[in-house]
Design a protein. Structure first.
Lengths: 213, 213
């Protein structure tokens, strides 16, 4: 990294070194791609548990940890999910080694006495505030979804996140009983190492997204 | 990792190896902590740009990249921000080396012709759908906030995310002109290496958050 240069506000300067090696930065971000077609090979529950056991440490507001995962493996479940996806995403769900419905638990507050003992009283307060709960659940599970995508890559897996779906339909199909709300779907499977030659889409620069006061 | 064991549905098994070394997993997730007090030392714009240049590669729906950052440095800006924070968070904003207001741009669609040329027509469609835009903006910027927190740690920085704030107040104070919406605030600064002795809060296990179909 030390020989790269970055343009910030028209000024060239050597990019500061990261605390992780280039191959890690490549694996997690720079060379990773959203995957549409996976290599053959299963993804085990043990692999998914190892990913979760990594990303569960990422911070959430008051340690609420509202992220929930529906692991879709069987042919019958894949077809039920595919029926709720946008047309262009259906075949991907049917073909992926495993598909995760990333969801949030609007009943996350039940765990607060364990997860945040200093805020245990909030459990009863939130019981009477379903709208606040739903907003907290969505916000924090989406941040955790970001950790999850990085974590899948840290486990050497490829991730194909998709948002083209009927969220209410997915919730009715799979979460009628548990109060989970679907946020996105991620196909997961094996991929080749980093360095695919496919060109990357443009990104906004730091100068385009950041402003200082 | 290969000698660790994880309990999944009551069954012990050796945890699969990650594709990153233990020190990386520790730095990004396992030993990282939400930071309330930082070591002395500035955080430069160059460091923040390097973090963004890493995390900008993380996937968003249609490459929308709605994350925006307000970098709060001056005493006057810190005080304006602190006035919008919950009481317990004010001193932290005033004391942090630098504070980021993580926001989303509800006008993200203006960039679609560059970021997603195949979906450029969506720019005009979304122009007339402000509610859809706001939802897309929030969802995808929150996922990017997850990448950002990992990216700050990958740059060796400590992150102290906070959600106890008056979001509408922050938006009125800082984003009245640009249509950004605040999502959370992150204090950023230098920290000691991994391995702080402070005990971690509980986490939910994979068996508690995941179910299979």
């Amino acid at each position: 990294m030390t020989t790269d240069t970055t343009v910030l506000d028209g000024l060239d300067f050597p990019a500061p070194a990261l605390a992780v090696a280039d191959d890690v930065a490549d694996l997690l971000f720079r060379e990773a791609r959203t995957v549409a077609e996976f290599l053959p090979g299963e993804v085990s529950d043990e692999q998914l548990a190892a990913v979760y056991d990594l990303v569960k440490w990422g911070p959430t507001a008051m340690n609420t940890l509202p992220l929930r995962l529906l692991v879709v493996r069987t042919r019958e479940a894949r077809e039920r999910l595919a029926a709720q996806m946008s047309e262009g995403n259906r075949e991907r769900v049917l073909a992926a080694p495993v598909t995760l419905v990333v969801a949030t638990d609007t009943g996350f507050h039940q765990h607060l006495p364990t997860l945040a003992p200093h805020a245990a009283a909030l459990k009863d307060v939130l019981e009477g505030q379903p709208e606040t709960r739903e907003q907290m659940a969505r916000t924090n599970a989406l941040i955790q979804a970001g950790y999850l995508i990085v974590g899948l890559r840290a486990a050497g897996l490829g991730a194909g996140p998709m948002a083209g779906m009927d969220f209410a339909g997915v919730d009715a199909e799979f979460f009628a009983d548990n109060g989970w709300k679907s946020l996105l779907v991620i196909n997961v499977g094996n991929v080749e190492g980093t360095g695919t030659p496919r060109p990357r889409a443009e990104r906004l620069s730091y100068g385009q997204v950041a402003t200082s006061v």
